[in-house]
Design a protein around this ligand. Sequence first.
Ligand SMILES: Nc1ncnc2c1ncn2[C@@H]1O[C@H](COP(=O)(O)OP(=O)(O)O)[C@@H](O)[C@H]1O
Ligand SMILES: N[C@@H](CCOP(=O)(O)O)C(=O)O
Length: 327
Amino acid sequence: MPEAPSVVGGADNVLLEGISVRVRVPASSANLGPGFDCLGIALGVYDTLTVSTVASGIHIEATGEGADSIPRDERHLVVRAVRRGLEYGGASAAGLALRCVNAIPHSRGLGSSAAAAVSGFAAASGLLAAAGVREPFSDAELVQLAGEFEGHPDNAAASVLGGAVVTWADSPLDANPDGVVAVREAYLARGLVVHPGIRATVFVPETESSTSHTRGLLPDTVPRADAVFNLSRSALAVVALTTAPECLIDATVDRLHQPYRAPSMPQSAELVVALRERGYAAMVSGAGPSVLVLSTDAVTDEVDALAHGIGFATWPVEIAEGVEISW
Ligand SMILES: Nc1ncnc2c1ncn2[C@@H]1O[C@H](COP(=O)(O)OP(=O)(O)O)[C@@H](O)[C@H]1O
Ligand SMILES: N[C@@H](CCOP(=O)(O)O)C(=O)O
């Protein structure tokens, strides 16, 4: 089994002023139907981020998605991830200047918060490497750091590795005098070689939906028949994504999360049904409300018009490479 990196560190090195790093991070779609919390795919919608070390304070210039609503101080998700990443690498910065150009829509099920976390850790990695403090973080470290920080390793791993991913968690057990306890969750991931004929289309509404809210709609226990159903379909999803795209329709049916979330996003549920009736492997993207189609043919104009009629924009997107860091 691959080893998860150890998340330890301090803040022994204060980085000099004037170090800059640039990051480009893709959006992602988690679950891919039945693979709740364990399958994801990177999508070609990108946030770009430039981070520089400065003498003091937090300076944030942000344009695009979320620019009107995100905080411009230490609460900013990317700032928090950069700080945490520097700490993990044994360093700190007196001040940080961020330039964020955001294209990933927030709260639509396209992994914006995971992408923000990945971009922050990737920036920390670049700053540490540019300053000569340490080698850049490995992909495994980025998956662990961003997954642990943001809570959705299915999104984070897709944004780190690109393509389609399988993620899993492991809880190493540690004995202490009071008994055996889980010390922390390790997040691990492997990429899949996506069949070259598969293309992605996302249908994005104006309406937002908070991931934490729709997770709260899910039951703690599910019927065994539904668990078995999803086991077989998520195993099939790996086959469909890699070698058998003709199985995508069967491989993207889910009974663990979409039925419970549907009442909170009726237009998304309606669009999934309409698309599947037309032969498309459609599913709610992540926690919604966007809808993802994986297919070998482009969607038709009729589908585009149908989606538009119920408030969704149609975005054909590439299956993306993972995060890029330059300094
Ligand atoms: N680039 C970003 N910079 C700062 N905060 C961000 C960024 N992207 C996402 N966020 C934060 O994450 C929230 C969305 O998280 P979430 O509800 O999990 O939806 P999503 O499916 O888009 O990840 C936003 O409201 C915002 O607070
Ligand atoms: N597996 C998670 C994925 C959440 O993705 P997001 O893009 O909606 O934040 C879930 O289904 O809750």
